[in-house]
Write a protein that binds this ligand. Structure first.
Ligand code: FAD
Length: 478
């Protein structure tokens, strides 16, 4: 028997590790609730994960098998389960963060000591770290070159979904693990068992079925307008697959295959639009490679400056940013969308991240920690990549002197203030013009237009100058 250890691959279809195990022998599937991972999780993510696990369990049950569920340290639990099942080999899909790498290497050692074979395969991304490099063999730090190679390379097909004959039956699982402590057959904890309150946010529906429905819906129509619509938050023209890809409820090869099919026979703008979408999947892989080769980016700047950046520390401003009360409408709309939906539109993520780092001059790590807690799609590589891009500290980052103007951004990407009004009810009665000129209105005008909405907490022009000088000092320019 083979043991497949599910981690961020909560599906059976297009799962390379599972298919690898099933090609050899019948498979017993396992999931471990690891307290060290849960420590860094926010309730929206745990909500999604529990729902996805319930669906995964149901899909195993429908094939006469079940999901083994353990709670504790995988370093001892994975070898214990393998031993109880008398399994020849444990297979799992690689995870890319520094913490995951350390844990996995410990599990590998423990299995070696126990004399159990193990195999790890790359599944979450199409091209593993080290497979797309410069001609000198180094990882890319510039996305455009990475993308060209990623785009032009042949892509694998989705992996087959195991059927009932590929899986260990539920009775066998039950009798094998009945005496293993902290391991059950199919009994999933609740949010509160894991120490979490129910999230305030309305978290996106979880699981493979929901992910496939989102993908099918997106590929019907929106994908052909993606290039035009993706920057406009009110248009809702993006796939919303980020949480599914984060937890692996859908395989990336399946997503790619479906988008490739949508591309067949269409030319011109439609073809370019599909390619634009595929290039976002490549960004995800680019940042995963960056994290793999530079695990310290999770807490350190990727880009070295001559001196430390002298970030400001103003708890009141940070609180205003987190709660969506900065007096900059597009920023506040984004921060409130995050609280309401555990999600934020990409353009607005860029705007709020720029605002935190370049207007409030606040260290990106505070923003990253907040996103990690509230986003359902929080992914170490992408979240970190996004923050360090905005803070001008990352790979291929925004140059330090290019600073978003939050009012101009709002006007350009939400001209009718539809998105803003959806999330900031205090501004619903105001005209789009008044919203986009909020920082220029007099106090009397503001009181008349939207009495409950705050004044801007900082002056953008002033803060822009301060940010430039903060970075110039860090660069040692003066
Ligand atoms: P779509 O536009 O439909 O894109 C399809 C998929 O491509 C996404 O689901 C995602 O997997 C990937 N993708 C899209 N844009 C990017 C990008 N810029 N970088 C890397 N991958 C991308 N994305 C996350 O998945 N998790 C995060 O924690 C995360 N944090 C971010 C933080 C900041 C500050 C910024 C600026 C961006 C962040 N992103 C993150 C990237 C991006 O905002 C989201 O992937 C996107 O908004 C998700 O919506 P979607 O699935 O509809 O995207």
């Amino acid at each position: 028997m083979q043991l497949h250890w599910h981690r961020r691959d909560l599906r059976t279809a297009d799962n390379r590790g599972l298919a690898t195990a099933a090609a050899e022998d019948v498979v017993a599937p396992l999931f471990v609730f690891d307290d060290a991972v849960l420590e860094h999780a926010g309730s929206p993510r745990v909500r999604y994960m529990l729902d996805a696990l319930a669906e995964l369990r149901a899909s195993y049950r429908s094939r006469g098998s079940d999901l083994l569920v353990a709670r504790g340290d995988p370093r001892s639990l994975v070898p214990a389960v393998a031993d109880a099942l008398d399994s020849d080999r444990v297979v799992w899909n690689v995870d890319y963060s520094g913490l995951a790498k350390e844990r996995d290497s410990d599990v590998r050692l423990a299995l070696d000591e126990a004399g159990t074979d193990r195999e790890t395969v790359h599944d979450a991304i199409i091209f593993p770290p080290g497979s797309i490099t410069t001609n000198a063999g180094d990882p890319y730090s510039v996305y455009t070159y990475f993308w060209k190679k990623w785009r032009d390379r042949d892509k694998p097909d989705p992996f087959p979904d195991p059927d009932a004959t590929d899986l260990a039956d539920a009775e066998t699982l039950e009798s094998a693990v009945s005496s293993v402590e902290n391991v059950t057959v199919g009994s999933l904890p609740t949010l509160s068992d894991l120490g979490f309150d129910a999230p305030d946010a309305d978290v996106i529906s979880a699981g493979t079925e929901a992910a496939r429905a989102r993908l099918a819906d997106f590929c019907e129509d929106d994908i052909y307008r993606y290039a035009d619509d993706r920057d406009f938050p009110a248009r809702g023209g993006t796939s919303r697959l980020s949480t599914d890809l984060k937890f692996g409820t859908i395989g990336v090869r399946e997503v790619l295959a479906k988008t490739a099919a949508a591309r067949e026979g269409v030319g011109g703008d439609r073809d370019e639009s599909v390619e634009e979408f595929q290039s976002q999947l490549a960004w995800r892989e680019f940042y995963t490679h960056v994290l793999w080769f530079n695990p310290s980016v999770v807490s350190e700047n990727y880009k070295e400056y001559e001196h430390d950046i002298q970030w400001r520390d103003d708890p009141e401003e940070l609180t205003a940013w987190k709660s969506g009360h900065t007096g900059y409408p597009i920023v506040d709309a984004g921060m409130r969308q995050l609280r309401e939906e555990a999600y934020m539109h990409n353009r607005v993520r860029m705007i709020v991240a720029s605002f935190l780092t370049k207007d409030l001059l606040c260290d990106w790590r505070h923003g990253y920690a907040h996103f990690r807690e509230y986003l359902s799609d929080h992914d170490t590589a992408n979240d970190n990549g996004g923050w360090q891009w905005a803070a001008s500290t990352g790979t291929d980052a925004q140059p330090y002197f290019r600073i978003f103007n939050p009012m101009t951004q709002g006007e350009r990407y939400d001209p009718d203030a539809e998105y803003i009004k959806q999330y900031v009810p205090e501004l619903r009665e105001a005209s789009a013009n008044a919203i986009h000129e909020w920082h220029e209105l007099s106090e009397t005008e503001r009181n008349r237009v939207a009495p409950d909405y705050p004044d801007p907490i900082v002056d953008h022009a002033e803060r822009r100058e301060m940010a430039l000088s903060m970075f110039e000092t860090a660069r040692g320019d003066d």
